[in-house]
Design a protein around this ligand. Structure first.
Ligand code: UDP
Length: 501
């Protein structure tokens, strides 16, 4: 075959569709870059809103400038610009995309003959999308394009969704009374009863550890029912990709593999670390590239530089969580009264209702001047790897959890919603690399737990955390489980993504 001819053979073209939220976009961009490095062509479909914010605050263009096979396509998420897209309103994004995404996607795919450019870029050969999105499926099926799911959450966070009907049938779903407030519900003793219908988690999972979407008044709740329908649909996918590794979640991955026997399963994480390793192997620099939807604060690293090693607790509840004023104050008192230094990310949109207001107790202001720094957004991976950071007070989002695992930083977990409830349980009870304070938000408890994670239990947590960090590093190196699984995935995508590999 002549060189000219081999050049003319187009490489397969993969279309990636994340839920347009920070954590999901981060994982999918990492996957996109990994696929580009393997010589695949990649288009990522973003919402206009997310794309605008990436252009404003992230370094998307410079990050992907050397990959000629990379493209961004956009559609509208159907929400007005001033929609909060956070807190409990975040579900509107998926709901709206399901309503308005299908038609836009069809137009895009038809008008471009499956996103081809008539030249080197062929039509899409496989679609990789978030498990909670189904609007692209009818078009993909009509055009004969196979699709895979990449839910971007943990295996332990995903598995209870697959078992939801068994949990309901066994009466293991605790239903909230109609007029019962959140705090009274959380305090109910039955919340601590074990769930026995999620195989492999019988000794770990309490009712309070089930994904928050299971906390309903009625099993016919529209949100819960739509999740059940969605989970059933995921079985139509030819494969499932997970951002995890076998030494971390092997037994749960086995359960999922057994349950979805018709699908290829690829655990290829931690993706951000995997990407760094692949860049290194190709002699490419892996300098900090922001994929942030908020402007990163530049001063926090200098502030950390001026602190003693392991003296700071880094606090962030991610990109979606919102706090009430009361919750914020309880955390704030807990942090200040712990006497520890703290770096706390408080997004401008993260206080529900009328915000924090002007009346901030003077002891909090003074305590923060002495020991704290509060900022709107940070380069989190850089912060976590800073020598001054001794622990991470987190909402247990899966990206944050993995970023902490990779560095070996112990965690204090206050899960906000969704799969985070399960993640924090695994962090504390299975991996033993952190403490879980879910469903409590009390200044005395927070003060005590901050001291526990930073001081009292630090050595035992650190030993486990370092062990897990080593395993994460092994998984993505030559011969490691995630490395082998990634090779298998790339071979699968290059072969046309049609047969089981
Ligand atoms: N993140 C960041 N800066 C911050 C807070 C978070 O870059 O100040 C990143 C973090 O590194 C992670 C993502 O935002 O990759 C949050 O994703 P995660 O799955 O942890 O939680 P979510 O935001 O989806 O609830």
């Amino acid at each position: 075959m002549s060189i000219e001819k081999s050049r003319a053979i187009p490489s397969p073209h993969i279309l990636i569709i994340p839920i347009p939220l920070q954590g999901h976009v981060n994982s999918m961009l990492n996957l996109a870059e990994i696929l580009c490095l393997s010589g695949l062509r990649v288009t990522i479909l973003l919402s206009d809103y997310t794309h605008d914010r990436l252009l404003r605050h992230a370094s998307l263009d410079s990050r992907f400038s050397s990959y000629t096979g990379f493209r961004v396509a956009t559609i509208s998420d159907g929400l007005p610009d001033d929609h909060p897209r956070s807190g409990s309103r975040v579900v509107d994004i998926v709901q709206s995309l399901q309503e308005v995404g299908g038609l836009q996607f069809r137009r895009l795919m038809v008008s471009t003959d499956g996103m081809s450019d008539g030249g080197a870029r062929p039509r899409v050969s496989c679609l990789i999308m978030d498990g909670m999105l189904s609007f692209p499926i009818p078009v993909a099926q009509e055009m004969g394009i196979p699709f895979m799911h990449f839910p971007t959450i943990s295996a332990c966070g995903l598995w209870p969704y697959f078992c939801v009907e068994e949990v309901i049938d066994a009466g293991e779903l605790l239903l909230r009374d109609k007029n019962e407030d959140k705090l009274t519900f959380w305090k109910r003793k039955e919340m601590d009863l074990m769930v026995t219908n999620v195989p492999g988690m019988e000794k770990v999972l309490r009712r309070r550890d089930l994904p928050s979407f299971f906390r309903v008044e009625d099993v016919n709740n529209a949100g819960l029912q739509s999740i059940i329908a969605q989970i059933k649909r995921t079985r139509q996918a030819i494969g499932l990709i997970l951002n995890t590794f076998e030494d971390l979640e092997g037994p749960i991955l086995d359960q999922i593999d057994k349950h979805n026997a018709n699908q290829n399963l690829y655990s290829i994480g931690p993706l951000h670390l995997h990407l760094k390793e692949l860049l290194k192997a190709k002699g490419k620099e892996s300098s900090h590239h922001s994929s942030s939807l908020w402007k990163e604060n530049d001063d926090c690293i200098a502030w950390l530089d001026s602190q003693l090693p392991n003296s700071v607790i880094y606090v962030s509840f991610g990109s979606v969580a919102t706090l009430t004023r009361d919750e914020l104050l309880e955390f704030w008192y807990g942090l200040v009264n712990s006497g520890k230094k703290f770096l706390w990310v408080v997004r401008a949109d993260s206080i529900a209702g009328d915000g924090i207001g002007n009346e901030i107790p003077v002891e909090l202001e003074e305590g923060t001047k002495l020991r704290g720094l509060m900022v709107e957004w940070v380069p989190q991976e850089l912060v976590l790897s800073h020598k001054s950071v001794g622990a991470f007070f987190t909402h247990s989002g899966w990206n944050s959890t993995l970023e902490s695992i990779v560095i070996g930083v112990p965690m204090l977990c206050w899960p906000y919603f969704a799969d985070q409830m399960v993640n924090s349980r695994f962090v504390s009870e299975v991996w033993k690399i952190g403490l879980d304070v879910k469903d409590t938000c009390d200044r005395l408890l927070i003060e005590r737990m901050v001291r526990e994670v930073m001081e009292v239990k630090r050595d035992e947590l650190l030993e486990k955390a370092r062990g897990m960090a080593n395993m994460a590093n092994k998984a993505i190196c030559e011969g490691g489980s995630s490395h082998l699984n990634l090779n298998r995935l790339i071979q699968f995508l290059k072969s046309g993504a049609s047969s089981k590999l």
